[in-house]
Structures are given as structure tokens and as C-alpha cells.
Ligand binder design. Structure first.
Ligand code: DMJ
Length: 654
């Protein structure tokens, strides 16, 4: 707000508002209509900052016009602007008492703005099929520069336009959205699968790729949510039919691939950040078991990368290629995390939220605000901050921890942009109260779903999610570790750690060409002064390819290792905790246990120091190098060892 207001978006690196369209169709969301304020205001209500909410609402009432708006995306304007305005209007109506004089004097001005906007969007629907042009000039009418629109864009209009009809008493908006949705649905293939791009003039699909990511995603979401809001079983029938085709054709053991809508045959195997909303939708529809299964898969990818990457492809069983290695602060993964937490109350989902928050703070926060991460390997920031970060990502993250928040405890439906719609007959006359109060919807909307039967499969998925969380934590440590270091630890599962250590004054120095070997820890080294004659050395085999990122990039940017080196086989590096006996004694024990070097993990988070030999009169005869390492890195190293990882270690001199 301090830097971007009242522009539609903030450019977080230049630290100023984005006023001009310079990014092609990506800028179709910019309408010179203070998008950021409108899209983020109900998040302020969720945060309980009602004073700021009131000033935002007052700003909108006094300043928002569409007079300067040019060509905008119909879909984006619908979900962000129209949805935002309607939600603000409904929240004011719901919470009048706490809004003081502003609440008392509010006469529906924001609904009037929503109606104005709806009217300006309507010309887009004036096509032969009623499927809207993807873009509209808010002052001059349709801008059918492209006559092709995605299924998601044409099929994600009904909640907002239907609600606008309910609130304004004018059926024209709902009719338009209904007609567009009907046409898209009508054109599904003989197998019942919709395509992803449709021509607005002849109503025929032009792209036949179908998945749950870009191009189709929220189409599925709005079928089910329209049933919830408008109580019409027609939408439920459509959703059920679409859901079963997804299960039949797209579900690939643990996740969904893309298929050809005519043949039903798989055409692409991978996952997008966008598609990670789906487990949340499955929760809403009552299929918790499959939601956990799908989520466990998303989590495996997130854990290995540290964030939900924009686009990945899978090669073989375990290789993941980051086709688009960015993270633009999208909400979908955290949205599903919230839905699963609400359904299961399992704290694992809060822990995942916490890790996500830490990672966002670490890599995306800067002096101006937050930035999209352009490259998840180099961790570079981009001059981009989409309004959905405020309307969705932050809102879902906050709700994950604020269990008593009104948006958690009362019945609200979240639009695809996470705008809040209170589920009450005061607003939507056709709302089915029994449905809202009942199963399966209750699983997602009730404060806690009690009495849920946990199948063995569900327990297995939770276990897998737990394992991924360990990996996610490890990945975060790897990502945040300083790189000007001399010790490198590579794990097949967790990636590569680099950090600095401080050599002791006793024993040998690290040789010029360094030491390469495998880490082990022995109980005797931990518990001096008992002798280490037990020699519990874990002399595991060679470094195994992690097969994760393509390691044709420079070594430092790769996670894991790709080469195996049998010469390392016999060199073992001991890892011991600080404490219990003198440093030099530990080194001696490690040497006697067969170690070629010793890493001692500090037991306080502090600056490192040079370890000295306690026996200055008769120095301990140590022949191996001994190095003190930071607690943060050492704890990770020990944890990996406890988990049975084979750790390849390289120690280089300063
Ligand atoms: C949001 O604008 C909505 O969630 C939409 O349905 C799809 N993607 C973005 C956020 O990723």
C-alpha cells in the first residue's frame, strides 16, 4: 500500500505502482481500477483489521470508477474485481454493528459499483454462442481480438454473476454466465471430457487437452460451488459427471495427468502449481481419501523443490523436470492445505503452512513488500506481485492458524479468488440450508468434522505427507544455508548442504585437495571418554544420482549429485556432538574408530570458534582434521543420518 497505492499492482523491485501495460496478455488484469485494494479488502476483514477495511471501503466508494478502464480480461475482472466488490458489500452487510458509523450509513454503494461493472462486462457475451470474448473494453464494449477462450475462463463466471443477479434482482448476469457454461459443457466429447480452448463464434473446441491445471482448473471448482450457492442439482450432476471422467481418464495412480478429450488417452505427465487446488475441491465434495492421496503427491513435489513450482514434468518414476521453475506466490497448494486441515484437524497441515510461511518470508520478502520468485533454483526475485497473493495466499495461510476466525467458524463459501460469500438465504434465495448444514459439505465448512473414519489408506497418505514434511524442512535448510563454505553434504533424498566450519588447533590440517568421504556417527564419539573400539562405522556405498533437476547446470545450482565415485568408498568422516568430553579426545576416538576426519556439531547457535587441545602440556596425538560446524547445519546432518541416509561429504580447506 505504501508504495503501490492506488495502482492495480505493485512492482516490488522497482517499488512503485504498475500503471502501464507492458507484459502482453498478462496485463489484461490491469484496468486502472485499484485492483489491489478491491481484491485484498476482505483479507483485511479476515485479519480483523476493520479500521483498514473501512478506509479501503471508503476509498472505493469515493474514488472507484471504470471511466479510465480499457481492455481487460473478462474472467480475471470477474473473479478479482466483481468478486471482490460483492464480497466487500456482503461483509459490510454482515458486520454492520462492528463498523460503527460507516456501517450505519452504508447504503449499498459498493453493490452499485458491482452492478456498473457487471453492465460493462455484459457486451463480451454478445457472441453467436453466448460464450464471452476473452477480453472486453470496459468503456467501448467487446474486444474480440481473439475469438478463443479457455474453458476455465468461460466456466468460472457463475458464482459472481449469479450472485450479482441475486443481489440486484436482475437475472441478466446469471443468465449470461449460465448460457456460457452450458455451451462449454454441451461441447464435451463422447467420453464426457471437456477441452481447454473453445471458439466463441462456433462453440467448438480448438484445444483438446484436458487436465486440472491451466485452461480448465476452476471450471470444475465452479460446477460444485455453484451447486452449493444456488442449490441447483443440475450443477451437481455436471460436477459428478466431470469428476468421474477425471477419475476414470486423468487419475494416474497418485495424481492427474492431462488427457486428450476425444480419446481419453494421456498426453502429458506432470503437475502445475495451479492444479494443486484440486485436493481442496475434493475435500469440499466429500472425497477426503482421494484428497489426501492427491495432496500427498503435491507435497512430494513441493518438498523436493521447497515451493510449488509453476510447471513440472515427470520423466520415469522419480525424475522431475522444472519446465517453468518459478513460484509467483500462488495460493493453490496452501488452499488445499487449509481444506485438509479443516477436514481432518491433523496438525501436520499447520506445520506445512508454517514451513511455507518461513520459505515465503525468507525468499520473497524484500524492503518493498513481496516478490514472485522467478527461478526456484537460483532463488531470484521477479518484479511481479499478483493481487491473488493478498486475496488468497495470505488469507488461506492466516486461516490455517486462526481457527476461531469467523471465516472458519461460520458458513462462508470461498470463490476461486478466495472472496467470501456468506451462505445465507438473505443473499441467495435458492440456497439450500440442509445442503449447507449437511454432509458432504459439512466436512469442509464445519469447524471440525468429527467422527470421520480413517481408512488404512488415509493413514498411509498422512504418513507420506509427514515424510515429505521432513524433506521440505531439509530443503529449506539447504536453501537458506550460506554458500561461502567449505563443507558440502549431499544426500540422495534431501539434496545438498553447504556451510562453513572452523578447524581445530590439534590434529592435521585439511589437505589442499580436500577430503571426500561418507558421513557416519558413532555413539562412542558422542559419549566420551568411553573408548570407540566398537567401530560402528556406516560405510555405505557410492553417491547415487538424485535424478532431480537437470544437472547440466553448474554444480552449485544442482540439488543432489549425479556422479558416483568409487574411490570415496573407504573414506569415512565422523560426525559427533559437542559436549561430554574435550574436543581433542573426541577426535582421538573418531580416529581410532577409523575416521579420516571429524565434524563436531556445536551445541549452541553462536559464532564458531577455533577448538584447542585441553592438554597443552602433552598434546593429544591426533592425526585427523577436526572441524567445528554450526548447530543449524549439524543438526540437519545428524537428523539425516538418523533417517538412515547415505551422506557424501566433501571438506575443502578455506
Ligand atoms: C487465481 O486468480 C484464481 O485462483 C484462479 O482461479 C486461478 N489462479 C489464480 C491464482 O493462482
Amino acid at each position: 500500500m505504501a508504495h503501490g497505492f492506488p495502482a492495480d499492482e505493485l512492482m516490488p523491485l522497482q517499488c512503485k505502482g504498475r500503471h502501464h501495460k507492458t507484459r502482453g496478455t498478462m496485463d489484461d488484469i490491469l484496468g486502472n481500477f485499484s485492483l489491489m485494494v478491491v481484491d485484498s479488502l476482505d483479507t483485511l476483514a479476515v485479519l480483523g483489521d476493520w479500521d483498514e477495511f473501512i478506509s479501503g471501503a471508503e476509498y472505493i466508494i469515493n474514488n472507484l470508477t471504470f471511466a479510465e478502464s480499457g481492455i481487460v480480461s473478462v474472467f480475471e475482472t470477474n473473479i478479482r474485481m466483481l468478486g471482490g466488490l460483492l464480497s466487500i458489500h456482503l461483509l459490510i452487510s454482515e458486520h454492520r454493528e462492528r463498523l460503527g458509523t460507516f456501517g450505519e450509513s452504508y447504503t449499498g454503494q459498493i453493490l452499485d459499483l458491482a452492478i456498473q461493472l457487471g453492465n460493462r462486462m455484459l457486451p463480451a457475451f454478445g457472441t453467436p454462442t453466448g460464450i464471452p470474448c476473452p477480453r472486453v473494453h470496459l468503456n467501448e464494449g467487446p474486444s474480440c481480438d481473439s475469438n478463443q477462450i479457455t474453458t476455465a475462463e468461460a466456466g468460472t463466471l457463475l458464482l459472481e454473476m449469479g450472485l450479482l443477479s441475486e443481489l440486484s434482482g436482475n437475472p441478466v448476469y446469471k443468465n449470461a454466465a449460465d448460457r456460457a457454461l452450458g455451451k462449454v459443457w454441451e461441447q464435451r466429447s463422447a467420453k464426457g471430457i471437456v477441452g481447454s480452448v473453445i471458439n466463441v463464434n462456433d462453440g467448438k473446441y480448438k484445444e483438446f487437452i484436458n487436465g486440472i491445471g491451466a485452461g480448465v482448473d476452476s471450471f470444475y471448482e465452479y460446477l460444485f460451488k455453484s451447486y452449493i450457492l444456488f442449490g441447483d442439482s443440475l450443477y451437481l450432476d455436471m460436477f459428478n459427471s466431470a469428476y468421474s471422467t477425471l477419475m476414470k481418464y486423468n487419475k494416474n495412480s497418485d495424481y492427474f495427468h492431462s488427457v486428450h478429450s476425444l480419446s481419453g488417452k494421456p498426453i502429458r505427465n506432470g503437475i502445475q502449481g495451479l492444479s494443486m487446488f484440486f485436493p481442496g475441491l475434493e475435500v469440499l465434495a466429500g472425497d477426503i481419501e482421494d484428497a489426501l492421496r492427491s495432496y500427498a503427491f503435491c507435497m512430494r513435489v513441493v518438498a523436493r523443490v521447497g515451493f510449488p513450482p509453476e510447471v513440472t514434468h515427470f520423466e520415469g518414476d522419480s525424475k522431475i523436470r522444472l519446465t517453468n521453475p518459478s513460484y509467483v506466490l500462488r495460493p493453490e497448494f496452501i488452499e488445499s492445505t487449509l481444506y485438509l486441515y479443516r477436514a481432518t484437524r491433523n496438525p501436520i497441515f499447520q506445520l506445512i503452512g508454517k514451513q511455507t510461511l518461513i520459505a515465503i518470508r525468507e525468499f520473497s520478502k524484500n524492503s518493498c513488500g513481496f516478490s514472485a520468485i522467478g527461478n526456484l533454483i537460483a532463488m531470484t526475485q521477479e518484479d511481479r506481485l499478483d493481487s491473488f497473493f493478498f486475496s488468497e495466499t495470505l488469507k488461506y495461510l492466516y486461516l490455517l492458524f486462526d481457527e476461531n476466525n469467523f471465516a472458519n467458524t461460520e458458513h462462508y463459501l470461498f470463490t476461486t479468488e478466495a472472496h467470501l460469500i456468506p451462505l445465507k438465504n438473505d443473499y441467495v434465495s435458492s440456497l439450500d440450508k440442509d445442503l449447507v448444514a449437511g454432509v458432504p459439505l459439512c466436512r469442509a465448512l464445519c469447524p471440525a468434522f468429527r467422527g470421520m473414519h480413517f481408512s488404512q489408506k488415509m493413514a498411509r497418505y498422512i504418513k507420506s505427507i509427514e515424510e515429505s514434511l521432513i524433506q521440505m524442512e531439509a530443503r529449506l535448510v539447504v536453501m537458506t544455508t550460506e554458500y561461502n563454505s567449505e563443507i558440502t553434504v549431499s544426500s540422495q533424498r534431501f539434496g545438498k548442504l553447504k556451510f562453513r566450519g572452523e578447524s581445530g588447533l590439534f590434529g592435521n590440517k585439511v589437505p589442499e585437495n580436500g577430503i571426500k568421504g561418507f558421513a557416519f556417527s558413532t555413539i562412542p564419539v558422542d559419549a566420551c571418554p568411553s573408548s570407540s573400539k566398537g567401530k560402528t562405522i556406516l560405510n555405505k556405498s557410492v553417491c547415487v544420482s538424485l535424478d532431480f533437476f537437470d544437472c547440466d547446470q553448474s554444480d552449485d545450482e544442482c540439488v543432489g549429485c549425479n556422479e558416483s565415485s568409487s574411490s570415496e568408498q573407504n573414506i569415512s568422516i565422523a560426525v559427533a556432538k559437542r559436549g561430554d568430553c574435550f574436543f581433542a579426545q573426541k577426535a582421538l576416538e573418531a580416529e581410532e574408530a577409523g575416521a579420516s576426519a571429524l565434524l563436531i556439531v556445536d551445541n549452541v547457535h553462536d559464532l564458531l570458534f577455533t577448538m584447542s587441545d585441553a592438554r597443552t602440556d602433552k598434546p593429544t596425538a591426533v592425526n585427523i582434521p577436526s572441524i567445528l560446524i554450526p548447530k543449524k547445519n549439524g543438526d540437519t546432518l545428524l537428523r539425516w543420518l538418523e533417517l538412515g541416509e547415505t551422506l557424501s561429504v566433501t571438506i575443502r580447506p578455506h
